[in-house]
Design a protein around this ligand. Structure first.
Ligand SMILES: [Mg+2]
Length: 182
């Protein structure tokens, strides 16, 4: 059985700080008009600035060390198809996420079943219960707002809103994956 770790990936306030552009801009760029992507109206710096540089660099470092599968836990998973999400990761310079997106690439959307505050944690734990090899390490990369329900969970790495996946969070993620991989 595979012992590759799984990283549950939130996007807003982890990679996307919503300063220059937001998920809506990415959606607009990928929305076909008459069957064609609307390339003409896409700002030329959209993909460079959609995700912040430091979080992207840190995620790459995590990837190079642990070679995980990725599962999208962000609300972006309900706005994009798998193909659309892969395009976002490729265009923003983190193609390794697209290339290592898990077969079950997103958590279920339970915001209407659970109370909203607990949904993120429940969605991740449900994915783990259904699809995860118990011997493999996993972490949830999220932030203190969208991932509030994960506060105190030993597998959670929670970023500061407006800062994202900073270097101290990379160290925390490394420690968790090293410990659970031993
Ligand atoms: Mg978030």
């Amino acid at each position: 059985m595979s012992k590759r770790p799984v990283v549950f990936l939130d996007i807003d306030d982890v990679l996307c700080l919503n300063t220059a552009y937001t998920g809506y801009d990415a959606e607009a760029a990928l929305r076909p008009v008459g069957g064609q992507p609307t390339r003409r109206s896409t700002p030329p710096d959209l993909w460079d600035r959609l995700f912040a540089l430091r979080p992207r660099t840190n995620l790459r470092a995590l990837h190079e060390e642990f070679n995980p599968w990725y599962v999208v836990s962000s609300s972006w998973r309900t706005s994009f198809s798998r193909g659309g999400m892969e395009t976002v990761f490729r265009e923003t310079g983190i193609a390794f996420v697209a290339e290592h997106l898990h077969e079950i690439w997103r958590t279920a959307d339970h915001k209407f079943c659970f109370n909203v505050a607990g949904a993120r944690r429940n969605e991740i734990l449900e994915w783990i219960a259904r699809w995860h090899d118990e011997k493999s390490p996993w972490i949830a990369l999220d932030d203190f707002e969208s991932g509030e329900s994960l506060v105190g969970h030993s597998n959670a790495v929670l970023c500061e809103p407006g800062v994202g996946f900073a270097t101290d969070k990379l160290e925390q993620a490394r420690d968790l994956l090293r410990m659970s991989g031993e």
